[in-house]
Design a protein around this ligand. Structure first.
Ligand SMILES: Nc1ncnc2c1ncn2[C@@H]1O[C@H](COP(=O)(O)OP(=O)(O)OP(=O)(O)O)[C@@H](O)[C@H]1O
Ligand SMILES: [Mg+2]
Length: 287
């Protein structure tokens, strides 16, 4: 079967003032099946957001290519719904109006009532039924992120790209939103690729966890299959000894990689501070 998303030999380099380009990602290969939930985990700065951003079409690809549902990805588009750590909501619009903004653009041929129903449906599913007419400033961080998730799903994208969407939330809200996300993902049968730093989040959500090696020239390190049955219950997972085996494998990979981090040039010591010259007034006082 053909993969739904196929990333082949993907690479990203940035120019540097020294003239020697910085290789961030190199030879990154990944195939994702339709309806699969894949998480990308790796050390800070290794290039996870860079990969996601290239799939979203927000960052240019230096080498290789990305094919989504049989078509090469060129630029951004509504076929890919993106959720960042903090949703970019327009402050003068309500949650409902923020969601409607995208719907009006994507479903411009649908009747106004139909578009309104789509926005209301997704805002209700994410738990904002009573707060959808509030502005972002009147919403908590978690509520704003719920709105960001509703907005992404409402546009019915082929694929969801999530970059640490729960990174700024407290653990209780994070747990709640993980369930909201899983619920929607299952209902709408979406394909999802999500970046996370959280090993437990990756295990709870994913069908596969892709571990990235450290940069520079980061690539796919190992891939872990997470075969727990769905729908998943956090409690059941935590009672399963296999969960701790997978957790240990993930942490082991991350720790091992952290021991192999590239050695940076030794920091140059700060210049010796020259002795303070007394100003004229103090020389008079101390004379
Ligand atoms: N526009 C840019 N120009 C030059 N270098 C960049 C640019 N954007 C990112 N980088 C570099 O690419 C590397 C990877 O960054 P990226 O944001 O993808 O990491 P990350 O794995 O998402 O990190 P984190 O977990 O902290 O979010 C970093 O070294 C970063 O400095
Ligand atoms: Mg990042």
């Amino acid at each position: 079967m053909k993969p739904f998303l196929e990333i082949s030999q993907l690479g990203k380099t940035y120019p540097t003032p020294s003239g020697k380009p910085a290789v961030i990602v190199e030879q990154f290969d990944l195939k994702i099946r339709k309806g699969e939930f894949v998480t990308l985990i790796g050390h800070s700065g290794c290039g996870k957001s860079t990969v996601l951003s290239m799939i979203a079409g927000l960052t240019d690809v230096t080498s290789g290519g990305i094919i989504l549902s049989g078509r090469e990805v060129v630029g951004s588009g509504p076929d890919r719904g993106v959720v960042f750590q903090a949703p970019c909501l327009l402050p003068w619009f309500t949650a409902f109006e923020n969601v409607m903004l995208g719907i009006d653009q994507v479903y411009y041929t649908a009747a106004r009532e139909e578009r309104r129903q789509i926005a209301e449906y997704y805002l209700t599913v994410v738990g904002l039924a009573d707060a959808m007419h509030k502005r972002p400033a009147e919403l908590s961080q978690g509520m704003r992120q719920r709105c960001g998730i509703a907005r992404a799903f409402a546009l019915s994208p082929k694929m969801l790209l999530l970059d640490e969407p729960f990174g700024m939330l407290d653990s209780l809200t994070r747990y709640e939103l993980q369930e909201v996300l899983l619920d929607l993902w299952q209902k709408d049968q979406k394909t999802a690729l999500m970046v996370t730093h959280d090993v437990d989040e990756a295990l709870f959500l994913s069908d596969r966890v892709v571990m990235m090696t450290n940069g520079p020239a980061a690539t796919v390190g190992e891939i872990l299959e997470i075969k727990f049955p769905r729908p998943r219950s956090r409690k059941q997972l935590l009672e399963d000894p296999f969960y701790y085996e997978l957790r240990a494998q993930l942490i082991g990979f991350l720790e091992e990689r952290s021991h192999h981090r590239p050695v940076h040039a030794a920091a140059t010591p700060p210049p010796a501070v020259p002795p303070r010259r007394r100003n004229f007034l103090s020389s008079l006082v101390h004379a």
